[in-house]
Write a protein that binds this ligand. Structure first.
Ligand SMILES: NC(=O)c1ccc[n+]([C@@H]2O[C@H](COP(=O)([O-])OP(=O)(O)OC[C@H]3O[C@@H](n4cnc5c(N)ncnc54)[C@H](OP(=O)(O)O)[C@@H]3O)[C@@H](O)[C@H]2O)c1
Length: 346
């Protein structure tokens, strides 16, 4: 595993990050990744050389369970070996699951952020976070209040770097501009939805990241598993009609096809499958490698493997490389329907 400097920060991270969204999450009364499975995945990630763990206060049921699983595991390791990111914004029921979130248990106001950072650090069993993300943008709280609070957390040593997840490009720009004007710690790491099959709404966001030298840590880099090639199309006229393995995300999540399946997605997957054959690799590895090899910005995909075998396959992405032609064929497949272009290798 190679280690990459994360954009303009002084942090060095593995080429892949481990996502923990499914740790402690319940669907249909079934825990998707329980404590033991979570700890096996964390062990396997560490053995693969992955030092970058992505979580959020919101993950798990009740919220906070994912951070708790990680903290219990981390107690047997040296905290300094890991780069740990968490997030704040969404309603949090972890204070009292029976009562649910109160009026100040969500958003980006000072009270909520202050409460959440203490809870997050406590559950993770650490004195500091490497990266603290705004999970989303909040319209009700002035961005000055949010950034002033985060700036103080950095000064207090509770947070090292600031991040932003999904938000409009102009809002990300507004946050950067506000930090600049007010002298606050800037956002230096981003976490958008970005995978080979997805390009809507992301071009302008990535243009901001390129211009401002922000690191990009894409979430759902395999389109929730779609780009592994384990789903088959069953209707030529309907891109949302598919078959997939029992128990897979496509099988258990009602909204899977609306999120991840599109004409463009199938087209990109065809190209990724062809490149995988040429490289004797798997589609998942090619899809991840295409992200790692972005050459205009630092790109560290957050893999959401559910099993140790999936993680091992995905980690194989660091051992292959794409030719310029293979890289650009994925770009061309993204734009096949309208002939536009963005992101050919430079
Ligand atoms: N900032 C945000 O708003 C946000 C949103 C979403 C996620 N995230 C972060 O990003 C992480 C990754 O997101 P994601 O889980 O959507 O990522 P993903 O990599 O696109 O999808 C992961 C899922 O695909 C399937 N899969 C993965 N590798 C596979 C393989 N080799 N073979 C077959 N199936 C495979 C597994 O589901 P099945 O086996 O169940 O099919 C797995 O849970 C999350 O854990 C979280 O940390 C952040």
């Amino acid at each position: 595993m190679e280690y990459t400097r994360l954009g303009s920060t002084g942090l060095h991270v593995s080429q892949l990050s481990l996502g923990t969204w499914r740790f402690g999450r319940e669907t249909g009364g079934v825990v998707e990744t329980d404590r033991e499975e979570a700890h096996e995945l964390l062990d396997a990630a560490w053995e693969q050389g992955i030092n970058f763990i992505d979580t959020a206060d919101r993950y798990g049921n009740p919220h906070g369970t994912a951070e708790q699983f990680i903290g219990e595991w981390l107690a047997d390791y040296d905290r300094e070996d890991f780069v740990i990111a968490s997030k704040v914004y969404f309603p949090f029921n972890g204070r009292d699951p029976d009562r649910g979130p109160g009026p100040n248990d969500s958003g980006l106001g000072r009270k909520h952020i202050r409460a959440q950072i203490e809870g997050t650090l406590d559950r993770l069993g650490t004195d500091y976070l490497d990266i603290y993300y705004l999970h989303r943008w909040e319209d009700d709280t002035p961005i000055e209040e949010t950034l002033a609070t985060l700036h103080d957390l950095v000064r207090e040593g509770k947070v090292h770097y600031l991040g932003a997840s999904t938000m409009a490009a102009w809002k990300l720009t507004k946050a950067l501009w506000t930090s600049d004007v007010e002298g606050y710690e800037p956002i230096s790491v981003t976490q958008p939805l970005f995978h080979a099959g997805y390009r809507d709404d992301i071009k302008e966001y990535l243009d901001v990241c390129i211009d401002q030298d922000l690191a990009v840590c894409p979430y759902s880099p395999l389109a929730g598993g779609f780009l592994t090639g384990k789903y088959e199309r069953v209707d030529e006229d309907d891109p949302t009609a598919f078959e997939g393995p029992e128990g897979s995300r496509g099988d258990i999540y009602d909204s899977f096809e609306d999120y991840y399946l599109s004409e463009r997605g199938w087209h990109v997957l065809d190209e990724i499958r062809a490149i995988a054959d040429e490289l004797d690799a798997t589609p998942a590895q090619v899809a991840l490698r295409w992200l790692i090899e972005q050459d205009r910005f630092t790109c560290v995909p957050i893999v959401g493997a559910r099993t140790v075998d999936q993680l091992a396959e995905n980690a194989g992405a660091v051992d292959i490389s794409l030719t310029d032609d293979q890289f650009d064929r994925v770009v061309d497949a993204r734009y096949a329907e309208d002939g536009q272009r963005w992101g050919h290798r430079q």
